[in-house]
Write a protein that binds this ligand. Structure first.
Ligand code: CA
Ligand code: CA
Length: 246
C-alpha cells in the first residue's frame, strides 16, 4: 500500500522520459549492410538491414502524448512507384519503414503482440508504406507526404490508418534476430516488381499534431505531421539508392 501511494504521488512528468533524439544513436542503428532477396518458391522478397549492434533492441521511451511522440525507424527508400504499393501516382520516394513508437498504435487492423487488443502494439516493430518528400522544416530533411483531408485525388492502400498522409500499415511479418531486422513482402503486394533499387536508413522521427509540441530541435517553426529529425546512418552513405534486388 505504501508503495502504491508513493507511485501515485509521483508527478506524471517523472513517469515519462524527456524527448531526446541523440539518446538513441547507438550501434543498434549503425547500418552495416542491407539486402532485398527474391525467393521464387515463396513468391516474396525478404528485406534485411544488418547493424553493428542488436537490430530492434532499442525502442523509444514513451513521452506520454501523441504530440511530439518519438518514432524510431529502419527505413528502405526504394525506386518503387507509389502506384506499385497501392497509392495514387504522386511525387516522392516510396519507402518501407519499420518503426517502433510506444505512445500510440497505428495498426488498428493488426494485433502484433497477440493479446486481442488491436490498439496497443505501437512499440512492436511493424512496417509502414510511406511516401517521403524533402522537407526543410526538420533537420533530417524528410517527412511523410501530407494531403488535405477530403482530397479526392488521393488513393491510399486498404490498411492505411486513416491519417492525412501517404501512409499504410500493410501488416507484413517483421523479425528481429541478432544484428538483423527483416521483413517479408509478398510479391503481389508490390505489383510483382523485383527490379527496383533501394537504400537503408536508420532515423529518429517525431509526430506533430499541432499546438505546443516538444521537438528535439526546440520546435522552431511549423512542423510536419511525421518528420525525420535525425538520421543515424545510411547504408550507401549518400542516399543514392544503389542496391538491387537479388
Ligand atoms: Ca495494432
Ligand atoms: Ca495487441
Amino acid at each position: 500500500m505504501l508503495q502504491f501511494f508513493f507511485l501515485a504521488s509521483v508527478p506524471i512528468g517523472f513517469l515519462f522520459a524527456p524527448i531526446c533524439g541523440k539518446c538513441y544513436n547507438n550501434d543498434d542503428f549503425a547500418i552495416q549492410s542491407a539486402s532485398v532477396r527474391h525467393h521464387d518458391d515463396y513468391a516474396m522478397t525478404v528485406w534485411e538491414i544488418n547493424v553493428k549492434g542488436n537490430a530492434g533492441a532499442t525502442t523509444p521511451k514513451p513521452v506520454g502524448e501523441l504530440n511530439g511522440a518519438p518514432v524510431l525507424g529502419y527505413v528502405f527508400p526504394t525506386t518503387l512507384k507509389p502506384t506499385d504499393v497501392g497509392f495514387n501516382q504522386t511525387e516522392g520516394i516510396t519507402a518501407l519503414a519499420l518503426t517502433a513508437h510506444p505512445d500510440f498504435d497505428d495498426t488498428p487492423m493488426w494485433d502484433e503482440n497477440v493479446d486481442k487488443n488491436f490498439g496497443n502494439d505501437g512499440v512492436i516493430w511493424h512496417p509502414h508504406w510511406v511516401i517521403l518528400v524533402e522537407d526543410k522544416r526538420v533537420e533530417g530533411g524528410l517527412s511523410v507526404k501530407e494531403f488535405k483531408k477530403g482530397d479526392k485525388t488521393v488513393k491510399l492502400p486498404a490498411n492505411n490508418p486513416g491519417m492525412a498522409m501517404y501512409m499504410d500499415s500493410p501488416g507484413f511479418q517483421v523479425v528481429t534476430k541478432g544484428n538483423t531486422i527483416r521483413v517479408m513482402v509478398p510479391d503481389y503486394r508490390i505489383s510483382n516488381k523485383t527490379d527496383f533499387k533501394f537504400d537503408a536508413v536508420a532515423c529518429f522521427m517525431q509526430v506533430n499534431t499541432g499546438g505546443k509540441a516538444k521537438h528535439v530541435d526546440g520546435g522552431k517553426g511549423p512542423k510536419p505531421m511525421l518528420g525525420v529529425y535525425q538520421v543515424y546512418s545510411v547504408a550507401s552513405g549518400n542516399l543514392s539508392l544503389p542496391y538491387s534486388v537479388q
